[in-house]
Design a protein around this ligand. Structure first.
Ligand code: ADP
Length: 636
């Protein structure tokens, strides 16, 4: 027996891995179990392709996980293909796999140590928890078994040994407990079962464990009353711990929606059934299966930074990532589910994943499917869609704004706004289809609530023309519409903006003449208000109301409110306020009268008019006491 050295780079990697402070040590079991599963796959394949040479029955193939408290070992055993001496040398003596090498490179650059947790490094992860690993193995069809043994970085030995049957047994001697990690926790049936279910539940081959059971058993004796006596008895039973066939691998006929919902609730810890399930079975450039869910209720932290989106990523039943963000566009970050593709390697690194073409193909397809499902719900199950929209509509609107509107087209037919005329949520398509022929723009009114938006004086004229108005009440609403700019060739137009496009040429001429006639009064009001407004105008938007506040330029009043709620930006982002006055309103007549007779009073009235307009627009009045004094002065 001679001591052999690992290849240089393997040694380095082992050193790094063993000594890194590292939280996901538990993945060692997943890695060792999936090696066993691969080994069984190989033997099973041979039994199918060379039935004369390899005679094994499918139902005999199995993996067994056990532990020994006294010996302080965890063992994973399989009756897969096994290894001969050469295989051992080639496979366990060197880490030459691309995934591992990539990992090493990242480690050297001082990047994320956690990478092992996400992707694993195969067999060597045994050293995350072990100070000595022994592999007993016999290749199918050969007579000689071998023992490979290593204490880690300083090399390994191979010698001959005895073994019944064929296959591989990996015995991991756990490291002593230290301040950071209690390795002895793995010497526990519940902990091991938990890990198998967490990471290896859908491994295709049965994973057996001897599990201890406590049963109340009749002792054969009777008590004073003549009843049979019972006692607790511990028995050991061989149990298959994993469920083997994942629900997403089953054809639709074998997994009802209800069963999928049940799976969703267990897997993603939701109390509620999801809105719907999307099943994808893709074959082609990349083959994969996916089962996606649209939840009903947003998790409490959904709209915060804490929420971690992503889909679970499996490769042939082995979980490789708990939350893979790269599989979902951010606008659909509410979707939960699993993606399983045999085309992805277990040892793929996170960085590779980001640039992975296969993954990009999957993501594009998922995006399409989720959109199609939401559209279907909107069309066929509106009430359900409305419920969904209550939870996640805001996310869709954020989605439009994000990334410079990259997803605006994808999402524009999924968002809804409250219609003034219908008094319910409508889509942009529905609004557009209901527009009269002559309506030039799509109108919206924004305020802090639908009720307030409804009350904006500027809505009156637009409504009176027979045009509907979308009532916006969330910050994201207006930003979404501004990102879209138009829908089906009709521009969006803020009723509190400058030009509503409502006047005919003739009407415009008339208003211009009127404004000319009133120009001295308007100039007086402007003077009285100073810097508070950029202009004072006669309004073409008002009918029964006296005044309104509008904004010239790109920044609307609602946007100003939004920005003033964010620390830092208040001063820079202000709307150009314009006071619009209804020249046909008695208030204007009163102002004019005062202008002719009592300039002091006219000045007060001008300021009151402005303050009223600000209040109606939901803007704060700066000099609230002055405002109140001026109003009381009117009492005479
Ligand atoms: P990977 O599985 O990515 O190839 P590992 O480091 O996990 O990398 O394993 C290296 C090789 O060792 C495997 O490819 C396989 O050939 C061999 N091997 C590991 N475990 C077993 C096993 N239980 N039975 C047979 N061969 C095994």
């Amino acid at each position: 027996m001679s001591k052999r050295q690992f290849k240089a780079e393997s040694k380095q990697l082992l050193d790094l891995m063993i000594n890194s402070i590292y939280t996901h040590r538990e993945i060692f079991l997943r890695e060792i179990v999936s090696n066993s599963s691969d080994a069984i796959d190989k033997l099973h394949y041979l039994s199918m392709t060379k039935p004369d040479e390899v005679k094994v029955a499918r139902e005999d193939l199995r993996i067994k996980v056990s532990y020994d408290k006294d010996a302080r070992t965890v063992t994973v055993e399989d009756n897969g293909i096994g290894m001969d001496k050469e295989d051992l040398e080639n496979n366990l003596g060197v880490i030459a796999h691309s995934g591992s090498l990539d990992f090493k490179r990242e480690m050297e650059q001082g990047k994320d140590v956690d990478i092992i947790g996400q992707f694993g490094v195969g067999f060597y992860s045994a050293f995350l928890v072990s100070d000595e690993v022994t592999v007993y193995t016999k290749k199918y069809g050969t007579d000689q078994a071998y023992r490979w043994r290593s204490k880690g970085a300083d090399g390994y030995t191979i010698d001959e040994c005895e073994m019944d049957g064929w296959g591989t047994r990996v015995v991991m001697h756990l490291r002593p407990d230290d301040d950071n990690e209690r390795y002895s926790d793995y010497l526990d049936q519940y902990r091991l079962q938990e890990l198998i279910r967490k990471y290896s539940d859908y491994v295709r081959w049965p994973i057996h464990m001897d599990v201890e059971k406590e049963d109340l058993v009749e002792t054969g004796e009777t008590d004073e009353d003549g009843k049979p006596k019972k006692d607790w008895v511990t028995s050991v039973e061989d149990e298959v711990v994993n469920s083997m066939v994942p629900i997403w691998q089953k054809p639709k006929s074998e997994a009802t929606d209800e069963e999928c919902f049940k799976f969703y609730k267990e897997k993603f810890r939701d109390w509620e059934d999801p809105m719907s399930v999307i099943r994808i079975n893709a074959e082609g450039a990349v083959s994969y299966k996916a089962m996606l869910f649209i939840p009903k209720v947003a998790p409490y932290n959904f709209y915060s930074r804490e929420f971690e989106p992503g889909l679970q990523l499996y490769s042939s039943g082995v979980m490789i990532m708990e939350k893979c963000k790269d599989l979902l566009p951010d606008c659909f970050r509410f979707v939960r589910g699993v993606v399983d593709s045999p085309d992805l390697s277990l040892n793929i690194s996170r960085e590779m994943l980001q640039h992975d073409r296969q993954l990009a193909t999957i993501r594009a397809n998922i995006e399409k499917k989720v959109k199609a499902e939401l559209e279907r719900m909107l069309k066929d199950e509106r009430d359900k869609y409305l419920e969904f929209y209550k939870s996640f509509g805001l996310q869709l609107k954020y989605g439009i704004v994000e990334d410079y509107g990259m997803k605006a087209d994808l999402l524009k037919d999924l968002i809804m706004f409250h219609s003034l005329r219908e008094d319910k949520l409508v889509t942009l398509r529905e609004y557009r289809d209901a527009m009269p022929e002559d309506q030039p723009k799509i109108y919206f009114a924004a305020a802090e609530s639908v009720a307030r938006a409804k009350q904006l004086p500027q809505t009156e004229m637009v409504s009176s023309k027979g045009y509907d108005i979308l009532l916006l009440s969330e910050d994201a609403d207006e930003f979404a519409l501004r990102t879209l700019r138009e829908y089906d060739k009709k521009e969006f137009c803020d009723v509190a903006g400058k030009d509503l496009g409502l006047e005919t040429d003739e009407e415009r001429k008339e208003s211009e003449e009127r404004a000319e006639a009133e120009k001295d009064v308007l100039a007086f009001v402007k003077e009285a208000l100073g810097d508070a407004v950029s202009d004072v105008r006669l309004s073409s938007k008002l009918k029964s109301h006296a005044v309104c506040l509008t904004a010239d330029g790109d920044i609307s009043l609602e946007m100003e409110k939004y920005f003033s709620s964010i620390p830092g930006d208040q001063e820079r982002i202000k709307a150009k306020r314009v006071l619009e006055i209804n020249a046909d309103h008695p208030a204007y007549a009163a102002l004019k009268k005062a202008y002719d007779e009592d300039k002091e009073k006219a000045k007060d009235l001008a300021v009151i008019m402005y303050d009223q307009a600000a209040l109606i627009a939901g803007m704060p009045v700066d000099d609230i006491l002055g405002y109140s004094d001026r109003v009381f002065k009117l009492f005479g």
